[in-house]
Design a protein around this ligand. Structure first.
Ligand SMILES: Cc1cc2nc3c(=O)[nH]c(=O)nc-3n(C[C@H](O)[C@H](O)[C@H](O)COP(=O)(O)OP(=O)(O)OC[C@H]3O[C@@H](n4cnc5c(N)ncnc54)[C@H](O)[C@@H]3O)c2cc1C
Length: 425
């Protein structure tokens, strides 16, 4: 029987495992954390009135693989209020340069022949002073939501993401972890061995033979190995405790991984004893502000008083080393300004909170990938197995859109498993 070890038990690793198990491959998953799911992490702790998503939360569109798995598993999902408003001091604000010039921006992005970093694109086509506000808001949009660094981010790739109409978006009321539980059950029922608290440290290999040494000195042997670890792990240098060593080295693939971007994010979940938004802004689901924690959303149409704050990209750099208590204070100050509610009211009405600082999250160290202008080539390399023995998978390898998502991770897992199966025939 052919044997495969999958390193990483997130959406991609579990999906790949299931696909291989369906073809009678003996699969072992080794996961560094004490839980499966990786960047899917639903929290049921901390006194919230319902589960909160510290990682992935939304299904961005009618995404075929995610929705078919949810349907197969009988997991309910619902659409939500995605109306976005700009607010300041509790009042609706004028539209930004981004809203004003959005169509012009999209047209220019569509017409771009040769890809270039977003900064260069804006400086080339929107250099006039009347576009100053547009330049700032486009960069902060790319940074905040795509976690993309404008000095290297691919303009063509951002266009692909932004040009998609996101009409249908969904949430899973019981939490994304239900999807992970479903995949885990399906895998175990087919005989998959799953080890948590098991961190791969060194991969010694030759064609169709791998030995994987873990931090706790276990050795796993298999014909092939599939790495589904976040990009941050492949970016790690040999002095990092998270570095995975290859013997012999695989420099082409590691350099390629370095050519795909990986952004940071901090997510803050707060629940209050009562509704904070004033009547005028109550109808919206998402609130964009100029505060340190700039983006907030509620759970409409669900009737609860949970608010989620989001800060992504470069802004995380100055915040990432704060303690959770400091981040909570910063978040409450941001909300107090944006919603125009006294800080002291917020602290007395605060019922539950959870800070998810993904920069500090062991074995993950960041949010999700973004495409640089070198990513197309880099993904081609990473998607090619090393000697039909070492395979890579994960959200960062997905070539479609939307990237950096659960759908991207599941699709990549399935594709890589199919590719691996071909090497067995
Ligand atoms: C805050 C946040 C919000 C997000 N929001 C959304 C959203 O709303 N919608 C959406 O679709 N996507 C969202 N995403 C992205 C989505 O969560 C990811 O794209 C997806 O879950 C990645 O899955 P993966 O399997 O590729 O990687 P991961 O989930 O990161 O799995 C990789 C696993 O590898 C493990 N690992 C690392 N090193 C080792 C090692 N040496 N040995 C063994 N195991 C190791 C890690 O612990 C991890 O469990 C969000 C992500 C974050 C962080």
């Amino acid at each position: 029987m052919n044997t495969v070890v999958i390193i990483g038990g997130g959406a991609s690793g579990l999906m790949a495992a299931l696909e291989l198990l369906k073809h009678n491959i003996q699969v072992t998953i080794i996961e560094a954390k004490n839980r499966l799911g990786g960047r899917i992490c639903t929290s049921n702790k901390g006194g919230f009135s319902q589960p909160v998503e510290t990682g992935a939360e939304f299904i961005h569109g009618n995404l075929p693989l995610t929705l078919s798995l949810l349907d197969e598993a009988g997991i309910a999902y619902h659409s939500f209020n995605d109306k976005m408003v700009h607010i300041e001091k509790g009042q609706l604000k004028q539209e930004s340069g981004l809203d004003h010039y959005w169509n012009k921006l999209m047209k220019q992005m569509a017409a771009l022949k040769h890809d270039m970093p977003l900064n260069d694109f804006l400086n080339s086509f929107f250099s006039d002073s009347k576009y100053a506000d547009l330049r700032t808001s486009v960069k902060s949009f790319a940074n905040g939501f795509d976690l993309a660094d404008a000095s290297v981010a691919s303009t063509k790739s951002l266009y692909q993401e932004w040009n998609k109409e996101m009409k249908d978006q969904y949430r899973i009321k019981e939490g994304y972890e239900r999807l992970i539980q479903y995949l885990e059950t399906e895998c175990r029922q087919r005989g998959c061995l799953i080890y948590t608290d098991c961190c791969a440290k060194k991969i010694s290999w030759r064609k169709n033979e791998v030995n994987i040494l873990t931090m706790c000195s276990r050795i796993f042997k298999a014909d092939k190995v599939m790495l589904t670890v976040p990009l941050s792990i492949l970016h790690a240098t040999s002095n990092s405790q998270y570095y995975v060593e290859f013997e012999p080295l695989i420099p082409e693939h590691i350099v390629a991984a370095g050519n795909i971007g990986f952004g940071n994010v901090i997510k803050i979940m707060l629940e209050f004893t009562e509704e904070l938004a004033k009547e005028r802004i109550k109808h919206a689901g998402f609130f964009l502000t100029n505060e340190i924690i700039p983006t907030w959303w509620n759970q409409l149409p669900l009737n609860n008083t949970i608010l989620t704050g989001w800060v992504g990209g470069e802004k995380v750099t100055s915040l990432k080393d704060n303690t959770d208590e400091d981040l909570l204070k910063i978040a409450l100050h941001s909300l107090s300004n944006a919603f125009h509610v006294p800080f002291s009211d917020l602290t007395t009405k605060l019922k539950a909170y959870k800070i998810a600082n993904w920069y500090k999250e062991p074995h993950i160290h960041g949010g999700y990938s973004f495409n640089t202008i070198k990513s197309v080539e880099a993904k081609k390399i990473l998607r090619k197995p090393v000697n039909d023995t070492i395979f890579f998978s994960g959200e960062a390898l997905y070539e479609g859109s939307p990237g950096g998502t659960v759908e991207a991770a599941l699709s990549s897992g399935k594709e890589t498993a199919t590719l691996l199966l071909k090497t067995l025939q």
